[in-house]
Design a binder for this molecule. Structure first.
Ligand code: GLN
Length: 485
């Protein structure tokens, strides 16, 4: 049997339908690749091979994702499988139900396969905050894969998954996709149900796909999008085929370049690659327009108030009473809570809970939380104004290349700044995608750079069309290379 793991979703399905190979072959091929590659990469926390093989044996390959295995970030519940959010406080926990995105994947014929490493409770940008293991960047295993969906991105890059689900609160799909040289889509807020995604910051969180092409991301979005009565923030919209604008060109597309997204301190080589990619878009017929997003400089500050405030409330449920880690021999109830949480949470999660509790506390609420909400409105308005002039915004995904494991763990502020180009998207509720735009040579390695396109809320079809047109012209070298070969 030839190696199937490099195939796209469409190629895989064409092979199933012609009878060249079966979904069982696909799961077995993936498992062989994971067994060979994952000892170096560390993307998977666990896998249930037997249930994946059983689902593959029954798969209906006439369905839109029939027989396609999809890897899942460890924050999204899959019935009967562990869901730890890479935290000791949930060690041993098994999901009693499927998240809506998972039941929708199953309804489309897909097979959830494997639990992917992440920063604990999705707090981080390097996957180093996992309580269980490091995940390594397939292009240079001394470097981080990005985060928090680092396992979801590294597995796709290393061909240990065809596509995966991640979640994005401030960049956690797009930034690791960028650093691993794959495609990652953050849908607009309300596009995908959050039911069954362990909540970090409920007004910012969205589930989305990571894959080796824009088309594969669109196919996964087709399956998972839609209104869900269990998530009141999911939107009731007419059904849409997100592949409908793929295969077009960039002629006449108006692309806005925000001057605030080319900051001092960003890696010069990243800047050059991104500028060359924008030139390429122009060469393909796009009209490049200068736009301004003047409140960008406040986005990181606003995010770390709003996201921590929401996290401090959301994480209050992990108290060791009904599930998860439980401290031994507590003296009394308060001691039980305090020691359970002290033992169960890692230091970044504790830092966020303390920050969030502080900004919500009486006397500070008006000065921090309320003010941050007002600035959030200004950030959102910046985008509304920009999208009056342009079809999409084009900019870097991350100011840096993948950095070395351990390099920034003692410098949370520097780590927070890694999300400077992705966070405003979540504050505004709009959609964004990262597509590879080339490599930078670093010693004897090549590290991928990501180009980000941002679209207005619910404009995913157009955004995917633009990203696909760019991908065809500018991403082939990265997407076509096996980093482990
Ligand atoms: N890196 C950001 C944070 O640490 C964003 C994380 C995310 O999108 N989940 O909060």
């Amino acid at each position: 049997m030839a190696d199937l793991t490099a195939l796209s979703i469409s190629e895989l399905q064409a092979g199933f339908r012609k009878g060249d190979f079966t979904p069982v072959d696909a799961v077995k091929g993936l498992e062989a690749r994971i067994a060979a590659a994952d000892p170096q990469i560390g993307a998977y926390l666990s896998r249930d091979l037997e249930s994946a093989l059983a689902a593959a044996a029954k798969a209906d390959t006439s369905l839109p994702l029939g027989g396609v295995p999809i890897g899942i970030k460890d924050a999204i519940n899959v019935l009967g499988e562990p869901c730890t959010c890479a935290s000791k406080i949930l060690a041993g926990f098994k999901s009693p139900y499927d998240a809506t995105a998972i039941s929708k994947l199953r309804a489309a014929g897909a097979i959830p396969f494997g639990r992917l490493n992440m920063d604990e409770f999705a707090m981080g940008s390097s996957t180093e905050n996992s309580a269980f293991q490091k995940t390594r960047n397939p292009w240079d295993t001394s470097r981080i894969p990005g985060g928090s969906s680092g396992g979801s991105a590294a597995s796709v890059a290393a061909r240990e998954a065809f596509a995966t689900l991640g979640s994005d609160t401030g960049g956690s799909i797009r930034q690791p996709a960028s650093l691993c040289g794959v495609v990652g889509l953050k849908p607009s807020y309300g596009r995908v149900s959050r039911y069954g995604l362990v909540a970090f910051a409920s007004s910012l969180d969205q589930i989305g796909p990571i894959a080796r092409s824009t088309r594969d991301c669109a196919l996964v979005l087709n399956a998972i999008a839609g209104r869900d009565p269990r998530d009141s923030t999911s939107l009731d919209l007419p059904p849409e085929d997100f592949t409908s604008q793929l295969g077009r060109d960039l002629k006449g597309a108006r692309l806005g370049v925000p001057r605030e997204y080319f900051v001092d301190g960003m890696d010069k080589r990243v800047r050059e690659r991104v500028e060359a990619a924008i030139k390429l878009c122009e060469g393909l017929g796009a009209e490049i327009v200068d736009v301004s997003l003047p409140h960008t400089e406040y986005a990181v500050g606003v995010y770390y108030i709003i996201a921590t405030a929401e996290a401090s409330a959301n994480l209050a449920r992990f108290d060791g009473v009904r599930y998860g880690h439980r401290a031994k021999n507590p003296r009394d109830l308060l001691d039980h809570y305090m020691r359970t949480r002290e033992e169960g949470f890692g230091s970044e999660v504790k830092r966020r809970i303390i920050l969030g509790t502080y900004v919500l506390s009486s006397g500070y609420y008006d000065a921090y939380y309320l003010r941050a909400q007002k600035v959030r409105t200004l950030v959102r308005r910046d985008f509304t104004e920009a999208f009056e002039k342009v079809d999409a915004i084009v900019c870097p995904t991350s100011p840096d290349l993948a950095f070395k494991i351990g390099e920034r763990v003692d410098d949370p502020l520097r780590m927070y700044l890694a999300d400077i180009f992705t966070i405003a998207t979540n504050l505004a509720g709009i959609c964004g995608i990262s597509v590879p735009c080339g490599f930078v040579e670093e010693g004897d390695k090549r590290l991928p750079v990501g180009l980000q396109f941002l679209g207005k809320a619910l404009d995913e079809s157009r955004l995917l069309g633009i990203a696909d047109a760019f991908e065809k012209a500018g991403a082939g070298e990265v997407l076509g290379t096996d980093p482990l070969a």
